[in-house]
Design a protein around this ligand. Structure first.
Ligand code: HEC
Length: 261
């Protein structure tokens, strides 16, 4: 579709969404924005999980993803995402591309595809450019957060700023300055920093004059703790800017979502 038409369509959809959603709550007491933020986050995580759960995709991306097989790889990943999304939300993956949810899903899908295609054509670099030299040990690796933050950047471009998604963390844990939290995000994450999955509220919400914002916490699971944990033999103290103790199930950061209306 032509990009001006597309941008008009997105604006209209967002307008409809805003006018319908500002007042109504669903049966679970969630506003539709909140529900949308949850679903968008689940879908985002489902895509990231396709990377996290397959070591070849993280550690050998240059042989796993090639120009020749990228279409097939993307197809396989979409199939995995559908199953993961269903397992995470108990809902079917939205398949249409005209409802707001469907369009958001399409945008996310495109942004993940673009990340992988940009990678195989050499447009995306997986080399570390930050200050912390230790992190260079993962040069060329498709770390889950790396993949997710390229995909989020693509998502924000494709949605033309109407919905923004960002993976972030507290300044105390921040590895990549490109994921830097704003003041509100940093404050909220710091307030929750000693919480674990079992006793945490799922959501923090903020409404400003032209936007709804959500912060959806993320916790370390088994697959994360070798790098982010601070027990002996783990690498957390080498990658984080402070020595704050991190264990499995501790708060890792948050996915920040902004709906503009
Ligand atoms: C192989 C080591 C490794 C693993 C495994 C890993 N991380 Fe990371 N994580 C990193 C590095 C290195 C960065 C910075 C990467 C970059 O942007 O290039 C990072 C970035 C992040 C960020 C973004 C904020 C920031 O500090 O830049 C979050 C949040 C995060 N990781 C959480 C997790 C979670 C949750 C998991 C498990 C699902 C996980 N990580 C698995 C090493 C790892």
């Amino acid at each position: 579709m032509h990009s001006i038409m597309k941008s008009k369509l997105i604006s209209i959809l967002v307008f409809i969404l805003a006018s319908q959603f500002s007042t109504s709550l669903n049966a679970a007491g969630k506003s539709p924005y909140e529900e949308m933020a949850f679903e968008l986050t689940a879908l985002f995580r489902a895509y990231r999980a396709t990377i996290t759960l397959d070591k070849k995709r993280i550690h050998e991306p240059n042989t796993y993803f090639t120009k020749e097989n990228i279409d097939q790889r993307i197809k396989e990943m979409h199939t995995e995402v559908k199953l993961k999304y269903k397992a995470m939300t108990n809902k079917d993956y939205p398949t249409d591309d005209y409802s707001f949810k469907g369009r958001t899903r399409t945008t996310l899908e495109k942004s993940f595809e673009k990340t992988l295609r940009d990678y195989v054509t050499g447009y995306v670099s997986l080399d570390w450019k930050g200050e912390n030299k230790f992190v260079k040990k993962w040069d060329g690796k498709m770390l889950p957060a790396r993949f997710a933050s390229y995909a989020a950047t693509n998502f924000n471009k494709i949605s033309e700023g109407m919905i923004l998604i960002k993976l972030t963390s507290s300044e105390q844990l921040l590895v990549n300055v490109n994921n830097k939290p704003d003041d509100w995000e940093n404050k909220v994450i710091d307030e929750m920093i000693y919480q674990t999955k079992n006793n945490n509220v799922a959501f923090v919400e903020k409404q400003e004059k032209d936007q709804y914002r959500f912060l959806i916490p993320e916790y370390y699971g088994q697959g994360c703790i070798h790098c982010h944990g601070t027990k002996e033999g783990q690498l957390g103290n080498k990658i984080h800017p402070t020595n704050i103790e991190r264990n499995i199930y501790d708060l890792a950061g948050a996915i920040s979502i902004i709906f503009k209306y």
